[in-house]
Design a protein around this ligand. Structure first.
Ligand SMILES: C[S@@+](CC[C@H](N)C(=O)[O-])C[C@H]1O[C@@H](n2cnc3c(N)ncnc32)[C@H](O)[C@@H]1O
Length: 232
């Protein structure tokens, strides 16, 4: 798998392949990679050209893990084009297995650092973004690795359309406070929730992720934050 592990010169932390793929999954990933993966070789990525049709909207998920949320959203919103970013090869393989099994065709994936893709994304082209259970990087000296940072929010704000939703979920209290602080001080986003139910309860159109399920199993409750990209 070395060829796939080294494809794009990533800046991500942690291992990209945690256990070998089965022969079937590896063959499937190799077969569908050219069809469904996003390449940065052509420079700027125009999402409307990725799907072979013009999707009603484009939604982006950063760090989709094994893709349960992405698959559910793609099935529930067949007229939306989904972009998923995930550098973890086992995760991408899980997504592809699921796409093939359930014949889901409105997802394209970028198997690398979401920041590389965001840098190459047309401004104001994304209508919704999800960052679900991002790695909290608990140690202070690792805070700079957190994906929710002032710099990354600036890039995200550029590619989001006016009024676009940004959903962030976390089960980590300290990171939750950090996320709220970063978003409150960012002039491009609003947080309009006023009742605790809005951030303590996952809405019906927010499918549970694998990571959230694991957290719940050991008694950790999650917070569900929804922000809006302010009009320019
Ligand atoms: C804690 S897991 C959560 C996975 C999934 N969202 C869930 O809730 O089950 C965080 C995920 O973010 C991915 N990730 C970390 N840094 C990333 C980056 N720079 N770009 C895209 N994904 C990233 C990791 O590989 C990992 O799969």
């Amino acid at each position: 798998m070395k060829d796939l592990e080294n494809i794009q010169g990533s800046r991500v932390y942690g291992r990209r392949l945690t256990k070998p793929l089965t022969k079937t999954s590896e063959a499937r990933l190799r077969e569908y990679f050219p069809k469904y993966s996003i390449s940065l070789e052509g420079g700027q990525v125009d999402y409307t050209k990725l799907f072979g049709y013009n999707p009603r909207e484009v939604w982006l998920e950063i760090g989709f893990g094994k893709g349960e949320h992405l698959i559910s959203q793609a099935k529930a919103n067949p007229d939306v084009g989904f972009i998923g970013c995930e550098p973890f090869i086992n995760g991408v393989s899980g997504l592809v297995d699921h796409m093939v099994r359930d014949n889901v065709t409105n997802i394209r994936f970028f198997m690398d650092d979401a920041r590389l893709l965001m840098d190459a994304t047309k401004k104001q082209s994304v209508s919704r973004a999800f960052i679900l259970f991002p790695d909290p990087w608990r140690k202070k000296r690792h805070y700079k690795r957190r994906i929710v940072s002032a710099g990354n929010l600036t890039i995200l704000a550029e590619i989001l359309k006016d009024g676009a939703q940004l959903r962030i979920g976390t089960d980590h209290h300290d990171y939750c406070r950090w996320i709220l602080a970063r978003l409150m001080e960012d002039i491009n986003f609003n947080w309009n929730d006023s009742h605790p139910d809005e951030w303590h309860k996952r809405s019906a159109d927010w499918p549970q992720t694998r990571y959230e399920k694991k957290a719940l199993a050991v008694g950790r409750k999650s917070t569900y934050l929804t922000f809006q990209r302010k009009p320019r």
